[in-house]
Design a protein around this ligand. Structure first.
Ligand SMILES: C[S@@+](CC[C@H](N)C(=O)[O-])C[C@H]1O[C@@H](n2cnc3c(N)ncnc32)[C@H](O)[C@@H]1O
Length: 180
């Protein structure tokens, strides 16, 4: 079975063009950012932890078209001022890092609301949620409910593993084109 991270990468590969600008709201170890940079995309990335920024900068050092900021993603509008073709959010804690520093529903919703405003019409939002982590189910339910009720978005697809209600979950939404 395809892992959730591979599913997300396949979607990125099949969806965005070389000129796309993508925002990664949770840089972590920089794996998603590196994948996007290797495909020729411009990548803006945020993480609340210095360690995540250091690891991501090191991993992506050969690809200059990136801009990473150490900041709570709820405050993204203070550092990001570009229109976005895609937004990635891979929630939870930093693998091989402090498991107590994890995403929270309040800041995730603030970051999503601001991201949606900066997304171009027909841009994609790709969210990966880990429902087995501490607080993960509460956060996942809150995020899914918020996104499904958001009139600026259209549900596109989801991906998870069979026979496990708490398995990792990918949700993909597309921004509605209000001009058409
Ligand atoms: C699962 S990791 C992301 C993995 C990453 N996408 C990768 O490719 O390696 C989640 C990250 O979210 C970060 N994070 C948690 N709360 C945050 C917040 N409020 N703002 C920004 N980043 C946050 C954590 O520090 C952690 O590095």
């Amino acid at each position: 079975m395809l892992r959730v991270t591979s599913f997300v990468h396949l979607f990125i590969k099949n969806t965005f063009t070389k000129t796309s600008t993508l925002l990664d709201l949770t840089l972590g170890n920089g794996n998603d950012a590196l994948f996007c940079l290797q495909r020729g995309h411009r990548v803006l990335g945020l993480d609340i932890q210095a360690l995540a920024i250091e690891r991501s900068e090191e991993k992506c050092k050969d690809y200059p078209d990136h801009e990473f900021h150490q900041i709570d993603h709820a405050l993204l509008d203070t550092v990001i001022h570009e229109s976005l073709d895609g937004v990635l959010m891979n929630n939870g804690y930093l693998p091989n890092g402090d498991e107590h520093i994890t995403t929270s529903l309040t800041s995730s919703l603030a970051a999503l609301a601001k991201s949606i405003e900066m997304m171009r019409p027909l841009a994609y939002l790709i969210v990966t949620l880990y429902r087995k982590q501490a607080g993960g189910l509460f956060e996942a339910q809150g995020i899914e409910s918020y996104l499904r009720q958001n009139k600026k978005l259209r549900f596109d697809q989801s991906y998870t593993y069979p026979n496990d209600d708490l398995a990792a979950l990918v949700l993909i939404f597309q921004k509605v084109d209000e001009r058409s």
